[in-house]
Design a protein around this ligand. Structure first.
Ligand SMILES: [Zn+2]
Length: 686
C-alpha cells in the first residue's frame, strides 16, 4: 500500500480552505482523511474516523483547545471541515478520570462541548481520540489488519508483527470502555506509532497529518506483507451442479423468500431490494466446500453488524432447469435463518435484562454458490452498502483463512453492538415511504406521462426502472429522477427485447413488484379504408406490447410469490371511439379486456391488474400538431378540445401519474379502470 500524500495537493488544500477561514490544521485533517477515505481497502461506508487537536474561536470569539473529530454519518472520502465538529478538549479529557460513563451521558457531554450547537454528533469513538496525546489521530478498519486480528491467535500474531511499533488492545466494545482501555495500554508504551484493536481495526497517530497518515500506510503494509507469507491455498471448491441457473431466475426466488407478509395490512409485503456482486474472488469464496464453516462465525469488524447482520444467508447452488428445488431449499434456508436470529435475540436479550425490541430477522447478505453474493436492504442504497461490506468481508475472510482460521467476536459482543443505541442511531429514523422496498417498471418512460409517473413513484419510495425504445430518452429520464433509477432500452414489439429488459431490471434490483405499462403510439385512419398494415402495427404496440410486458412481469412476480401490481395506460378510446381513430382505439379496447383477463387469471396469486383511461394529455403522443388535427376532427377549437370536459379543466401527465400511484396503493382493488379525463359521460364505463 502506497502513501497518497502529495506536497502540492496538501498545500492546495491549505490554500483553498484558508479562503473559507479554515486553519491549516483542519485543512490538512480534511486532506488526509480523504486520502484514507478513498481507499476501500482502508475505509468503507463510515467505517473509520479521524481527528485533530487544535485551537479555535468559540461563539464568543475566545480561543479554546478543541478536538475536531469526524461526525457520525459522514463519509471520509468526501469529508468537509463542517463534518469534523469541534468539541472542547478539556471537557472530554476530564472524563478519563471516571470509572464508568453511560452511553447517554457520553453523547450528552460530547454535544455539550460542541462549539457549534447545530453540529452533527461527534463519532462514537471520540473519547479514544481525545484520550490520546497526539495532534493527529487516524482510525480505519483496514482489510489487511482485520485478516490478521480476526484469528484465534490474532493478538500474538500482531505482537510479533508490530514488535514495538504498535501495541495491541484486546477486544472491547467501542465507547467509553474502549477509549479508557486503549489509552491505558498506550501509556505503557508511549513510543508506539499506533494501536491494533483486536477484532476491530487500527489507530495511528503523529504530530503532523502526514506522520499519522503515513504510519497508517506503513503499519497496514506490514500486515499486507504478512498475509503473503506461508499462505495455504483457499478454498477447496465444493461439488456444484453442471449448469447454474442465471441471475434473472435466481434473484426473484431469493427476493421472494426474503420477503415477509405485513401483519397489519392484508395483501401488503415487507420486501427487500437486492444488489448482486460476482467476481472470481467472490466465486472462489461462495463455491468453497467449507463455506458454511468460514462464512458463519460473525462480522469482520463490529460496526458491520448493523448493515449486514451477524451472519449471511447461505443458499444451495441453483441448478438450471431445477429452479423449483432451489425455491424450496431457499425458503427453508430463510426460515432457518429467521429462527436462528430470533433464538439469538431471545437468548441475548434475556442476558441483558430483556429491554431490547427485536429488529427484523431477515438476512442482509445472501451467498449463492455458483453465482455470487447479494446485499439486501429496504432501498437500493442500503442493499449496495450491505453488498459492499459483504464483498469486503469475503476478501478479509479469504486472507484470514489463507494464513490461519477466521474468528469473529462472540455472539454476546455482536449483540451488544447490533443493539447498541448509538449504532442504531446511525441508520436514521426517517419514516418509511409507502412504496419503500418495491420495484416499479415503467415502459414508455421517456415520454411525458412516463417521466411524470416515474417521478411520482420515486417520490413514494419505490425503486424505478425506466424502459424506453430510445436509449437516450431513457437515460435522460433516469437522470431527471436521480437516485438509483435505472434506464433500460426496450422495444415492446419484440418479445426478446422485453425479456432482456426485465432481466436487466432483475439484475439491478432483484425483482419486480409494480409495472406501469405505458408505452404506446397513435395511428389514425378511417376504419373502412385504413391499410391493414397500419392496424397490425398499432396492435403490435398498443395490444401485444402490453401483453409482452405483463407476461414478463408476471413470470417474475410468480417466482417471488409476493403478489404484484400491473397497471396499464389504456386511454378513453377503448370505450369512446373518436372519428378516424380506430387504428388506435381498437387495440386499446383489446387491452382494456387484457387488464380484466389478468385480474381474473392472477387474482389468486395476489397480482392485481388495473387501468387508467386518460384523455387529451399534452405529450409526445398528443403533440400540438396532433391536437390541432383532433380538434378539427371534432369541429371544436384547440382550447375547447383540451378542456372540453365536465370540469372544464385541462388534464396533465401529473394527474395520470397520481392515478397510477393510487392504483398501486389500493391493495384491495383489481380489474378497475380509473378515468382521468376531467369528466366525459360518453366515455364513462357502465
Ligand atoms: Zn472503529
Amino acid at each position: 500500500m502506497k502513501s497518497g500524500w502529495v506536497d502540492s495537493e496538501a498545500q492546495a488544500a491549505i490554500d483553498r480552505y484558508a479562503g473559507e477561514g479554515i486553519g491549516r490544521d483542519l485543512a490538512l485533517r480534511v486532506y488526509t482523511t480523504r486520502l484514507l477515505g478513498r481507499d476501500p481497502k482502508l475505509v468503507l461506508h463510515g467505517g473509520g474516523n479521524t481527528s485533530v487537536k487544535t485551537t479555535m474561536a468559540d461563539l464568543l470569539g475566545e480561543q479554546v483547545a478543541v478536538l475536531c473529530v469526524k461526525g457520525s454519518g459522514s463519509d471520509m472520502a468526501t469529508i468537509e471541515p463542517a463534518d469534523l465538529p469541534a468539541v472542547r478538549l478539556d471537557r472530554l479529557r476530564k472524563l478519563r478520570a471516571r470509572a464508568a460513563l453511560s452511553d447517554e451521558d457520553m453523547v450528552r457531554i460530547q454535544r455539550d462541548g460542541l462549539l457549534e450547537p447545530a453540529a452533527p454528533n461527534p463519532s462514537v469513538e471520540t473519547l479514544l481520540h481525545a484520550f490520546l496525546p497526539h495532534k493527529f489521530v487516524d482510525h480505519t478498519h483496514a482489510n489487511a489488519i482485520l485478516s490478521i486480528v480476526d484469528q484465534p491467535d490474532g493478538e500474538a500474531l500482531c505482537a510479533e508483527l508490530y514488535d514495538g511499533r504498535a501495541s495491541v488492545v484486546p477486544y472491547v466494545m467501542p465507547g467509553f470502555g474502549l477509549a479508557k482501555t486503549a489509552a491505558d495500554i498506550y501509556d505503557c508504551e508511549p513510543a508506539v506509532e499506533g494501536l491494533i484493536l483486536h477484532k476491530h481495526g487500527i489507530f495511528t497517530f503523529g504530530d503532523s497529518a502526514r506522520e499519522a497518515y503515513e504510519r497508517m500506510i506503513a503499519l497496514v503494509t506490514l500486515a499486507e506483507q504478512r498475509l503473503q507469507k506461508n499462505r495455504k491455498a483457499v478454498f477447496v471448491t465444493a461439488q456444484l451442479p453442471q449448469a447454474i441457473a442465471p441471475l434473472a431466475a435466481v434473484a426473484p426466488i431469493l427476493r421472494g423468500a426474503c420477503s415477509r407478509k405485513d401483519e397489519r395490512i392484508e395483501g401488503a409485503w415487507h420486501r427487500m431490494i437486492l444488489d448482486f456482486r460476482t467476481s472470481p474472488a467472490i466465486l472462489n469464496f461462495v463455491n468453497g466446500g467449507e463455506l458454511v464453516r468460514y462464512s458463519q462465525p460473525g462480522v469482520v469488524t463490529p460496526d458491520h453488524t448493523i448493515r449486514t447482520k451477524n451472519w449471511p444467508l447461505v443458499t444451495a447452488a441453483p441448478e438450471r432447469e431445477r429452479t423449483d428445488d432451489f425455491k424450496r431449499a431457499t425458503r427453508a434456508a430463510v426460515t432457518a435463518f429467521v429462527q436462528r436470529y430470533e433464538e439469538y435475540f431471545a437468548r441475548q436479550n434475556a442476558r441483558t435484562g430483556g429491554i431490547k425490541r427485536p429488529l427484523d430477522p431477515l438476512p442482509r447478505v445472501a451467498l449463492v454458490p455458483g453465482l455470487g453474493l447479494f446485499g439486501l436492504g429496504r432501498s437500493k442504497k442500503d442493499a449496495r452498502i450491505a453488498a459492499d461490506l459483504a464483498q469486503c468481508a469475503t476478501e478479509i475472510i479469504t486472507d484470514a483463512e489463507a494464513i490461519g482460521r477466521f474468528e469473529s467476536i462472540s455472539e454476546a459482543e455482536m449483540f451488544d453492538m447490533e443493539y447498541w443505541s448509538l449504532e442504531q442511531a446511525k441508520l436514521g429514523r426517517a419514516a418509511e415511504k409507502p412504496l419503500a422496498g418495491q420495484v416499479t417498471v415503467i415502459t414508455g418512460a421517456g415520454g411525458t406521462i412516463g417521466v411524470a409517473t416515474a417521478k411520482a413513484f420515486a417520490a413514494a419510495g419505490a425503486e424505478v426502472a425506466l424502459l424506453e425504445l430510445d436509449e437516450r430518452a431513457a437515460a435522460d429520464s433516469a437522470k431527471a429522477i436521480g437516485g438509483a433509477a435505472v434506464a433500460v432500452q426496450c422495444d415492446v414489439t419484440s418479445a426478446r427485447s422485453v425479456s432482456d429488459a426485465f432481466a436487466q431490471v432483475v439484475a439491478a434490483f432483484g425483482g419486480v413488484d409494480i409495472v406501469v405499462s405505458n408505452a404506446g403510439a397513435a395511428w389514425q385512419g378511417r376504419i373502412g379504408e385504413v391499410d391493414e398494415e397500419v392496424l397490425r402495427k398499432s396492435f403490435e404496440v398498443n395490444f401485444y406490447g402490453h401483453q409482452r410486458v405483463a407476461q414478463a412481469a408476471v413470470k417474475i412476480m410468480l417466482a417471488q410469490g409476493t403478489g404484484g401490481c400491473l397497471l396499464f395506460n389504456v386511454s378513453k378510446q377503448a370505450v369512446n371511439p373518436g372519428p378516424n381513430f380506430g387504428p388506435y382505439g381498437l387495440p386499446k379496447a383489446a387491452t382494456l379486456f387484457l387488464v380484466r383477463q389478468y385480474a381474473v387469471d392472477y387474482g389468486v396469486d395476489g397480482i392485481r391488474a388495473n387501468a387508467v383511461n386518460a384523455d387529451r394529455i399534452r405529450s409526445g403522443l398528443l403533440t400540438d400538431a396532433f391536437i390541432a388535427e383532433r380538434a378539427k376532427a371534432r369541429g371544436v377549437s384547440e382550447k375547447d378540445y383540451l378542456s372540453g370536459n365536465l370540469l372544464g379543466r385541462e388534464v396533465t401527465a401529473d394527474d395520470v401519474a397520481q392515478a397510477f400511484l393510487h392504483q398501486a396503493l389500493e391493495l384491495k382493488t383489481t380489474g378497475d379502470v380509473t378515468t382521468v379525463d376531467g369528466g366525459n359521460i360518453a366515455a364513462a364505463l357502465r
